[in-house]
Design a protein around this ligand. Sequence first.
Ligand SMILES: [Zn+2]
Length: 252
Amino acid sequence: MKVKVLPSITDPRSQLLISFLVNDRLSIDAGALAFHLTGEQLLAVNDILLTHVHLDHIASLPFIFSEMFTDIVKPVKVHASAADIDRLMAHVFNNVIWPNFTKIRNAHGDLLEFVPFQHNVPFELTGLTCTAVPVTHTVETCGVVLQDDHSCVAFTSDTGVTDAFWHHLNQLDRLDAVFVDVAFDNALEGVANASQHLTPRLLVEELKKLHRPTQILAVNLKPVCREIVTAEVNALGLPNVHVAHLDVEYSW
Ligand SMILES: [Zn+2]
């Protein structure tokens, strides 16, 4: 399985907007997706799995359908919880903020298809088994576990202190890596707790719940404290814990 953490186009060193490109075909969230990829790369992504509907995770989603309007040959499938699909229809694709692209067709047919998933119920997507597992954030949010025949990679999405997600990971047959939210530095733990994100200190506490060795890649670092978080993660001295590189393909 190949995973690339997409940077934001505003600053290639930052992850202001959140997207993970998996095997060039699946995107976990769509914050930077349509802003970062070329048109050809974007057309290859036929499935988008949304962990929640905060703006930094969906910002580029509406533009896929306007930018690629004539080029989309089969509808882009957006997988999300039923409640999040309702939120996107009510607040984004509502013919006010943006057109309702579920009702607009091009010469090839439909452009956008929403596909609901349920938490903790595995489903198949682009040759991967996906499981959405609830985490703890200010809005309904799921982490994601992706499995194929020879690898398993998990993403916390945005989360504060949480339990069910780590419990789920402890039950897996294998686990190669976890991309973990470490948004704020230790001095901003109050902000992290209020907005339900993690800091390097909280990460150490969370990892005590994971009863297996695996690679930990810190992501979702807020641009304003990226350098401090990076220094604090490095100072942990944990050989399996690193800040994820942006725009670099990880492979398992
Ligand atoms: Zn969020």
